[in-house]
Design a protein around this ligand. Structure first.
Ligand code: HEM
Length: 278
């Protein structure tokens, strides 16, 4: 915040990708370190269905500068989380009110039907990814050192329970924006334009997922998931080409939107641009 205070659970703004770009800049012809970085990038971001151009960022003759170029100007509110790709970054979500979101992740990769799903989310994302498999590719096999039970860790159920209870306990700080005449006019526009169809109060999301333009929805998905039959035209890269992909994007909640700095699934849009440009 402008006064230097920080809110627990607010959208993070540590510039992970810029830090990685700095890190890559220090390789300076050190072949062994470059090989380690190349293996790490493959483990984090490879998917068997990526194009040659996408994997060229780190396969074959490793050129750290090409990965650096993709990361260096990244908006701090978004990052290349594992399972995405340097070309398809993800907005870092705030965690306040996460227990009300039916689909965690912008692509709705996992479901949230209660506390145990939140526990599962933490277990799978922090460490569990190495055990996943995509055809012949497993992140575990892409490790430089093999995954050994004694050297890997998993949070205990007690830890996961405490972590999920903590997430649940997070509260929005008081909203400093007044409900002034402009806000009242805006509410009428919100109603007139049907924004509530996707962002229905009180959660300001209908908690559904929407298919990407090129995605053919399998018939059984309509029974299993809450799908809104509207294609919003978002860039399909993250959900169609990465290991976080499902073919869908979730309808995000607008609660706490005033406190965020990056919008859309990629975090491409910044608050300043919206305030200054719309
Ligand atoms: C145990 C530690 C962590 C917990 C409990 C946690 C919790 C969560 C939860 C619940 C979500 C889904 C929120 C939503 O979609 O509404 C999420 C998403 C995300 N988290 Fe974390 N997280 C942890 C560690 C981290 C770390 C260390 C990073 C950065 C390196 C990170 C970056 C992200 C990103 C980028 C997403 C968005 C993923 C997507 O939309 O596909 N998280 N996290």
């Amino acid at each position: 915040m402008p006064d230097g205070t920080a809110w627990k659970g607010a959208q993070g703004n540590f510039p992970f990708d810029r830090a990685m770009a700095d890190d890559l800049a220090t390789l300076d012809g050190n072949a062994a370190t470059a090989r380690r970085k190349q293996a790490l990038l493959r483990r984090l971001y490879f998917a068997p269905w990526l194009t040659t151009e996408q994997t060229a960022l780190w396969s074959g003759e490793f050129n750290p500068a090409s990965v650096r170029d993709a990361l260096v100007g990244r908006n701090p509110g978004s990052m290349t989380r594992h399972r995405s790709h340097p070309n398809f970054p993800i907005q870092i979500p705030d965690l306040i009110g996460v227990q009300h979101r039916r689909y965690p992740d912008r692509t709705g990769l996992q479901q949230n039907r209660g506390l145990s799903d939140l526990m599962r989310y933490a277990a799978l994302n922090q460490g569990g990814d190495d055990l996943s498999a995509f055809g012949d590719f497993t992140p575990a096999a892409a490790r430089q050192r093999p995954l050994e039970p004694q050297s890997s860790s998993r949070y205990s159920d007690e830890q996961l329970y405490a972590l999920a209870k903590y997430l649940e306990s997070l509260q929005h700080p008081p909203n400093p924006n007044p409900r002034n005449a402009a806000a009242v006019r805006g509410e009428k526009i919100f109603a007139r334009e049907g924004c509530g169809g996707g962002h229905a109060p009180p959660l300001y999301t209908n908690n559904k997922i929407t298919p990407a333009a090129a995605f053919a929805v399998p018939a059984d998905h309509r029974r299993k998931y809450d799908i809104l039959n509207v294609v919003v035209g978002a860039d399909p890269g993250l959900t169609m080409q990465t290991r976080r992909g499902t073919g869908y994007y979730k309808v995000p909640s607008l609660r706490g939107v005033w406190a965020r700095s990056a919008f859309e699934h990629s975090g491409l849009w910044r608050t300043g641009w919206i305030q200054g440009g719309l």
